[in-house]
Design a protein around this ligand. Structure first.
Ligand code: ADP
Ligand code: MG
Length: 728
């Protein structure tokens, strides 16, 4: 009997929901472990408080002597809450969060000790960071990078550690993390959107990009997960025959949440409350053992930090409930994978959602301005947007008829389509009073204040307008949202800057009224961005053909998709906006290409190991049982034995055939890996892994999965799909 698998299954028999304690009211504990406004008021001097608030609201610099006061207040608060250590918390390009804990504790000359945390330690740190990816920016002999406090994301206590959100940059100034370019993009979109919003309301002084992510994930019993080397090391199954029952009955989606899972969720949500992560929604997803969690949206930088923190937290809490969380975009073949929808909008300091229609024609013109500019931005930079969500894991999902295709398009619904069609007909140049009244009454005025409930839904669209926000649905479940959010906010910022220039030029040079100028420019934008609009079935083959005709990109693999990150157009865009330099972009490109190759390399090694060292020996063992059986039958029945041993002999042959195919597949894969490994250039290597090495996975898997169907269940060493997906 295959001991590990059955031992693991036996473990699951004894599982019971792990008890959790929840507060009576969540609002009572919300943000208790966050150094938020309330905590700052209590622990900071008036000057320090004002200084931090000013940094948060206006990006002003915090003076060094003020930082000393702030750090003291922060330390007192943290110690009162049981913290013993502090860390600069950052998001290097590995995809995980990084922390290095230091104790507050310091010794003094007289043999005594104190708890110390100075302004210097708050503001800047130099982690020994030579092992973080830097794409050649830092030579190892001066592998210095530093982390610097980001006051716009509040410090929080995680376990017994005070965590201070920071950026991570090289001493030479280049960004080495996800946060730095995001903050730059958010700053740029703020300025650009504020300038445009002022056309409609002079009181707008700041615009925040908002993000509401939705996190999908799988939960697998930890004993079962541990029994599978592929899940343990790659976060997904590299082989395994489909379970007889999968998701075809749709009986999991929105079904009642299993008891053990519910306790995990309650525990997780309680911790989220303490950390100020405003989680709100939880439900079962489409695939068995797949779930989703979503918060109330927040300012984008904070929302990104919260998502990173959440993913870390989920791993920790799952452990306590004997689960392993799978964030991978495609942990199981033939059932849906996981994504992370990024709901995005722009909000003014005056509390207006710029992508929300309003009650007056003027408010609707404002809405249309931001709405159409977003469409235009996506049209211009669809390829870069695709690149922003590229990853080895997401390649399995995009275009697999369970998530949007690899083609970026925007869905806006029939109502707004009509509005844009009408606006397109507006006369060029100055508008007659009659036409303006008409427009206001019959076109702009026709947009209902609340589109939300009458927006049609199209689940196949990667970028859908859903009434008061755009939903970027192609983001992968493991992604750091900073990546797509940096791009989306950057391209919209660039678009708004161009828009303002054009409108101002019409007002100044053509002496047009503001409204006329806006209508004129929007009308052209509607025409220019038509190709990005698609209301039909994004899963269909017809769309692939149509998209090709429209000249939209359709990059099915990560190495192909990533190229747009270093195109001339992208470099010009990011340099113009001051978000990333050519050096930074190229470094990131190299890191992502390297990461891709390494992931496929790891998967290839695991697959080779499982197939050769687990599957083949098991198949041979079973084949030997069959051979013994055939020999026994021969002993009993002499030459007549074939009458009774025919099936067994067929099986013996089939097994040999599958073994031969697996062996050849592995040998070929190893050969191609050897070749790929000799390639120095990161881009070329990634392509070799993508086009050559990966191509052997399917054939190896196919024959292993066939063997799974033939071999005695008692002997099969790998925990099966039905056990992984249906153990609750
Ligand atoms: P659904 O899309 O499932 O119908 P909702 O419309 O309530 O659900 O929103 C889904 C997600 O969109 C939530 O995470 C929510 O926080 C987020 N969201 C709602 N409004 C905005 C906004 N203005 N900006 C960013 N995200 C938003
Ligand atoms: Mg959604």
């Amino acid at each position: 009997m295959s001991t590990l698998r059955f031992h693991a299954i036996k473990e699951t028999f004894n599982r019971v929901p792990v008890p959790v304690t929840e507060p009576d009211r969540r609002s009572d504990i919300f943000g208790k472990n966050v150094f938020n406004e309330a905590a700052m008021r209590q622990y900071l001097t008036k000057d320090s408080f004002k200084s931090v608030m000013d940094a948060i609201e206006n990006g002003s610099k915090i003076e060094r002597h003020i930082a000393d006061h702030i750090s003291t207040g922060m330390k007192e608060w943290a110690i009162a809450k049981g913290a013993t250590h502090y860390t600069h918390w950052f998001q290097p390009l590995t995809g995980a969060t990084a922390e290095k804990h230091d104790a507050f504790f310091e010794t003094m000359e007289n043999g005594h000790a104190i708890e110390k945390f100075g302004g210097g330690q708050l503001v800047q740190q130099e982690p020994d960071a030579s092992s973080f990816p830097h794409g050649g920016i830092r030579n190892t002999f001066e592998a210095r990078g530093y982390t610097a406090w980001d006051p716009t994301s509040p410090a929080f206590i995680y376990g017994t550690t005070l965590c201070i959100p920071t950026v991570f940059v090289a001493y030479t100034g280049e960004a080495l993390d996800f946060k730095t370019p995001l903050l730059r993009a958010l700053q740029v979109v703020d300025v650009a959107a504020t300038a445009v919003a002022k056309y409609f309301d002079k009181n707008v002084v700041k615009v925040n990009a908002t993000l509401g992510w939705e996190q999908e994930y799988f939960l697998v019993d930890s004993a079962l997960a541990l029994s599978r080397p592929d899940i343990s090391l790659a976060g997904r199954t590299l082989l395994g025959h489909s379970s007889a029952k999968g998701q075809q009955l749709d009986d999991h989606y929105f079904g009642s949440i299993p008891a053990r899972v519910l306790n995990f969720m309650r525990h997780l949500e309680t911790e989220c409350m303490l950390l100020g992560i405003p989680v709100k929604t939880r439900h079962n997803e489409v695939a068995p053992n797949q779930f989703e969690l979503a918060p109330i949206f927040e300012e984008t930088n904070l929302a990104v930090d919260h998502n990173s923190l959440l993913m870390d937290l989920m791993n920790k809490i799952a452990d306590k409930h004997n689960f392993k969380v799978l964030f991978h975009e495609k942990p199981f073949a033939n059932v849906n994978g996981s994504g992370k929808h990024n709901n995005w909008s722009l909000a003014t300091n005056t509390g207006v959602n710029l992508l929300g229609p309003g009650s007056t024609p003027m408010k609707n013109l404002q809405f249309l301005t931001f709405f159409i500019n977003t469409l235009k931005a996506v049209n211009e930079h669809e390829e870069l947007l695709r690149a922003s969500i590229a990853s080895a894991g997401n390649d399995h999902r995009l275009g697999a008829n369970e998530a949007p295709p690899a083609i970026i398009s925007a869905f806006i619904g029939s109502q707004l389509t009509e509005v844009l069609d009408e606006l397109e007909k507006v006369t060029s140049g100055k508008l007659s009073p009659q036409e303006k009244t008409d427009l206001k009454l019959n076109v702009v005025g026709k947009i209902p204040e609340i589109l939300l409930d009458n927006t049609d839904r199209n689940r196949t669209s990667p970028f859908a307008f859903t009434g008061n926000k755009f939903e970027f649905r192609a983001v992968g479940s493991t992604a750091n949202c900073a990546n797509p959010m940096t791009v989306l906010n950057a391209i919209v910022a660039k678009q708004l800057i161009d828009f303002k220039k054009e409108v101002d030029a019409l007002i100044k040079d053509k002496k047009m009224k503001k409204d006329d100028a806006i209508f004129n420019v929007l009308k052209e934008y509607i025409k220019d961005s038509k190709r990005i609009r698609f209301e039909g079935d994004g899963y269909g083959e017809a769309w692939e053909k149509e998209a090709e005709k429209r000249g939209l990109s359709n990059h099915k693999t990560t190495p192909n998709a990533l190229k747009a990150k270093v195109s001339k157009k992208t470099i010009a865009l990011f340099e113009e906006l001051g978000i990333m330099s050519k050096v930074e972009l190229e470094a990131r490109y190299e890191i992502e290409m390297e990461d891709y190759a390494m992931r496929i390399q790891i998967e290839g090694r695991i697959l080779g190991d499982i197939a050769r060292n687990h599957v083949i020996p098991t198949a041979i063992r079973y084949q030997n049982i069959l051979i013994e059986n055939v020999q026994g039958l021969k002993n009993i029945y002499g030459t007549d034995f074939k009458k009774f041993a025919g099936e067994q002999m067929q099986l013996i042959e089939q097994i040999s055939e599958h073994i031969a195919k697996i062996n050849k597949g592995i040998t070929d894969m190893i050969e191609s890996r050897k070749k790929a490994n000799k390639i120095e250039n990161a881009e070329k290597k990634a392509f070799a892994y993508c086009d050559e090495v990966k191509s052997f996975f399917q054939v190896i898997r196919y024959h292993c999965d066939k063997l799974e169907l033939l071999v005695d269940d008692e002997l099969w060493p790998l925990t099966k799909y039905r056990e992984l997906l249906f153990t609750k």
